[in-house]
Ligand binder design. Structure first.
Ligand code: URA
Length: 237
């Protein structure tokens, strides 16, 4: 792998700005291959070097993957002149990484949203060909039942003639249900439930593949995904 300056290495991890990285290095907090390095311009090969900050190992990542608990009321876009976007919720050091949302949640939908700078990964998650299932919890005006579940399983046809791929509806005898879909058409879950006469009152995405939303994050909370969590995106729950 190409050599990198130590300050760039730190900055690319999304830990701090380039100037903060220089300060940390000059303060003697960084070790490369067991030796304290005080020069920010010191070069290293991220694939081979062992880097520690304050004694903790740092692993270089060329690409970045985050989970966010998207709150209601913000739009899924990288920028907007008028409305608050999910990017506005990121801390400054992560805004520099060139992250973008993987797919879209409506302004009024909350829950699991992935952010990355890896276009191939995003494409694999979104593409219906990959068959990655997204699971939602919905509060509806109505009582979903077995007939609705059958209609979902057969592939619903929406009001405008759009045919949906087979989907799973789990009902409970209450005015709430779980819906799993393997594609991401515009307002899909809302339109599917509306097509069965049940307007959605609240919608929350709980999982993508076998990766579940960490409910401890809270609205707008964010965490980096580890390798195991990344693999789970492409597994069935
Ligand atoms: N389906 C919807 O209707 N809205 C979302 O935000 C996601 C899926």
């Amino acid at each position: 792998m190409a050599q990198l300056r130590l300050d760039k290495f730190l900055c690319d991890l999304g830990l701090c700005s380039r100037s903060e990285a220089r300060e940390r290095i000059r303060a003697g907090r960084l070790c490369v291959d067991g030796r304290v390095v005080l020069r920010p311009e010191q070069k290293l090969d991220p694939a081979c070097a062992t880097v520690q900050m304050d004694g903790q190992p740092l692993r270089y990542r060329e690409r970045h993957y985050y989970m966010m608990d998207k709150p209601e009321g913000v739009i899924t876009a990288t920028e907007d002149d008028a409305q608050k976007t999910v990017m506005d919720l990121l801390p400054p050091e992560l805004r520099r990484l060139g992250l973008f949302p993987v797919g879209r949640l409506d302004k009024d939908t909350s829950g699991l949203l992935l952010l990355t700078d890896d276009g191939d990964f995003a494409h694999r998650v979104i593409s219906p060909k990959s068959g990655v299932k997204k699971r939602y919890w919905a509060l509806v005006d109505g009582l979903p039942d077995a007939e609705d579940a059958l209609a979902f399983a057969q592939g619903l046809v929406l009001g405008d003639g759009t045919r949906c791929l087979p989907a799973v509806l789990e009902y409970s005898g209450k005015n709430e249900c779980f819906v799993s879909v393997q594609e991401g058409k515009y307002h899909q879950v809302r339109r599917m439930l509306a097509a069965r006469g049940m307007p959605v009152l609240k919608l929350r995405r709980l999982s993508i593949g076998a990766l579940r939303l960490d409910e401890k994050l809270g609205p707008g909370g964010l965490c980096e995904l580890n390798d195991e969590q990344l693999c789970m995106v492409f597994l069935d729950r």
